[in-house]
Design a protein around this ligand. Structure first.
Ligand SMILES: [Fe+2]
Ligand SMILES: [Fe+2]
Length: 375
């Protein structure tokens, strides 16, 4: 037994401590779940690396008041100890769960755990490499939160007899390089869309508790508040350099908005039984999450996507069907498989271009950036 036996990631105050606790539990983790988490496709969460020196050079003096307020809130750590099973954690009948639902739900948990952990790894690395006190402090706080989130999902997975070996992932999963500005756009959006997803499910289950088929959803409110703060941090980082959100970069912002929304749509439509069990219509859910995310992103992005444009829904569906075609072709293999994959990829590319070229909505970005979670 080492020093971490009996401790829990919910109480960890640094990412390193949280990971050491996970390491201790890794002896029980399963190969199958780790293999799923290792996958790198367009739809699975990736690990990122970037130019850490450029990040380290950011000066937050121009936004000091907003910055200090956010950091103080994160240092106060309102969610310390929250991400652990307690008396609210109901018994989960994994064996009695309908097989398709069980499959999709485990897939959802593994994918969520990988995404949380992807954030943890990136933030922890920035903290380790940096020397700028403001930046390293922020990234240390965000890594702390993501380690707790990933650890908590892994706790839920362990009850089903599967869990992701996070130490193995750190070492073996492929890292994708993104230049810092792409990290800002992608990570800002993934934090804010994460908030919008969790709070939409939480509010829906608050009104319809009969659909809460697993206790983890009870934790989503505090959870999404963490993601909200992380998003605020990236909004402030972008605010330090107005070039990041103007000129030609607006095309990149539009690209990331389109890619993040479209990926969510296609990924969620792969889990019909999961959404049926939650009593959630997947198209309603997507529209709801896009609406909230767009509203929030007006704090820093000068454009939002026109998600009510007639081409929007039609091409999301085309993209989804193209992905189904690609998956079927990969399964079939042979010449037919190659042909099916090419056709599916071409259809997906066309659908994406059609989404991307919908005229965006422009607006004035407010002087004051900071927002509070209000949904
Ligand atoms: Fe998280
Ligand atoms: Fe986060």
């Amino acid at each position: 037994m080492n020093m971490h036996a009996g401790q829990h990631t919910a109480d960890a105050t640094t990412a390193e401590e949280g990971l050491a606790i996970q390491e201790e539990q890794a002896r029980f983790d399963s190969k199958a779940a780790t293999e799923v988490a290792m996958q790198n496709t367009l739809l699975t969460p990736r690990f990122y690396t970037t130019d850490f020196d450029e990040l380290d050079a950011i000066n937050v003096d121009g936004i000091r008041a907003e910055w200090d307020e956010l950091i103080a809130q994160m240092v106060a750590d309102p969610n310390k100890g929250h991400f652990r099973k307690n008396e609210d954690w109901d018994h989960v009948d994994w064996d009695g769960m309908e097989p398709q639902l069980k499959k999709e739900f485990i897939d959802f948990l593994i994918s969520s755990c990988t995404a949380e952990f992807s954030g943890c790894v990136l933030y922890k690395e920035m903290k380790r490499r940096g020397s700028n006190k403001d930046i390293t402090q922020l990234f240390q706080l965000m890594a702390r939160d993501e380690a707790r989130h990933a650890g908590f999902i892994n706790d839920a997975l362990r009850e089903a007899g599967v869990a992701v070996n996070l130490g193995f992932l750190t070492q073996k999963k492929k890292y994708t390089y993104f230049r810092p500005k792409f990290i800002y756009y992608a990570t800002y959006l993934s934090e804010k869309i994460g908030y919008a997803r969790y709070i939409t499910i939480f509010r829906h289950l608050e009104a319809n508790p009969q659909h809460r088929f697993h206790p983890i959803f009870k934790w989503f409110q505090e959870w999404c508040n963490d993601e909200f703060s992380h998003g605020e941090a990236f909004a402030l980082l972008m605010k330090t350099d107005p070039k990041l959100t103007s000129g030609g970069n607006v095309y990149w912002i539009k690209f990331f908005l389109t890619a993040v929304y479209a990926t969510m749509y296609v990924r969620d439509h792969q889990r019909p039984a999961f959404h049926a069990a939650l009593g959630v219509d997947t198209d309603w859910y997507a529209h709801e999450v896009f609406t909230k995310t767009s509203k929030l992103s007006e704090q820093i992005f000068p454009i939002t996507l026109d998600i009510d444009h007639p081409r929007w829904q039609r091409n999301l569906e085309r993209l989804w069907h193209a992905n189904v075609r690609i998956a079927k072709a990969d399964k079939a293999g042979g010449i037919g498989g190659v042909f099916g994959r090419l056709l599916g990829s071409a259809q997906a590319a066309l659908a994406f271009v059609s989404l991307y070229t919908i005229p965006a909505k422009r607006h004035e970005v407010p002087e004051q950036t900071r927002l509070q979670p209000a949904y």
